[in-house]
Write a protein that binds this ligand. Structure first.
Ligand code: HPA
Length: 279
């Protein structure tokens, strides 16, 4: 994807605005693998196929493109992405992060980014939900590589508070309110698509990682670039390589994500209501 980016982002924003005149989301949500059910809980929702949005990358993983769902939680306008693309699918880092830029440009003041991840921390169990407190970008790429578009954000954005501390406090309270146990930890991003080796997981644990996955970080970086606050939630769909005797498989990831979707949706819904009051 070549520069300038801004007209490409605005082309998507214009398509969305043409479908939903005056729609300005307060909150954006990116739903991870198997966690798309939340999008169906939005009220007065309008769903836009990614293929209708110019330059929006479409997913190859599950055989469907993905959809942008614009709707409401009560009075609060929310835009949710059900389906995202990954670097391992062959998209450039800029393409992977492009949809997050569209959500921010559309007006979202806060972005909640969710994913399926492997648990590195041996205190974690399958099905746990983890608030991301920080990340290690070991993916080997950064979506900001290339000319900086000053209208979007600075050349060297600060990442000291990439996961907004105040919103993290809100998330803790939301988890308590809905009776969901919430772990916390550092998310490690690798490129994938092969899962890690046991030696790599030992290394990542030594480096301070608690969960590992193949997404999220590109979107967090561009949201930070654009000055949009972020909250990250990982669903621990499996124990990372070498922790249990079990082989890793995408089937296990999908199965766990499906099992936790009720508590995940309850937590996410409550969190969005609570955080909306603060932004
Ligand atoms: N490793 C990397 N990515 C993942 C995993 C994992 O164990 N589980 C879900 N996504």
């Amino acid at each position: 994807m070549s520069h300038p980016l801004l007209p490409r982002i605005d082309a998507c924003v214009n398509v969305i605005r043409a479908r939903l005149p005056g729609f300005t989301p307060k909150l954006g949500v990116i739903l991870g693998s198997g966690l798309g059910a939340f999008a169906d809980t939005l009220e007065r929702a309008v769903s836009i196929d990614y293929r209708e949005l110019p330059d929006f990358p479409t997913s190859s993983v599950h055989g469907h493109a993905g959809r942008l769902v614009c709707g409401y939680r009560g009075a609060v306008p929310v835009v949710a992405m059900a389906g995202r693309v990954h670097f391992y699918e062959g998209y450039s880092p800029q393409q992977v992060a492009f949809p997050a830029r569209v959500l921010c440009r559309l007006g979202a003041k806060h972005l909640t980014i969710t994913n399926a991840a492997g648990g590195i921390n041996t205190g974690f169990g399958v099905g746990d939900l983890m608030a991301i407190t920080d990340h290690l970008n070991l993916s080997g790429f950064n979506p900001l590589i290339g000319p900086n578009e000053d209208a979007l954000g600075p050349r060297f954005p600060d990442m000291s508070h990439a996961y907004d501390p105040a919103a993290l406090g809100v998330l803790r309270a939301s988890a308590q309110a809905v009776g969901a146990q919430l772990r916390e930890g550092v998310y490690v991003a690798l490129s994938g698509p092969s899962y890690e080796t046991p030696a790599e997981i030992r290394m990542l644990r030594t480096l301070g990682g608690d969960a590992v996955g193949m997404s999220t970080v590109p979107e967090v970086i561009v949201a930070s670039h654009m000055g949009v606050k972020v909250t990250g939630i990982s669903c621990i769909t499996n124990l990372a390589a070498g922790i249990s005797a079990q082989k890793l498989s995408h089937d296990e990831v999908a199965e766990t994500a499906n099992k936790v979707k009720d508590v995940f949706t309850r937590l996410l819904s409550r969190f969005l209501d609570d955080v909306a009051a603060t932004v």
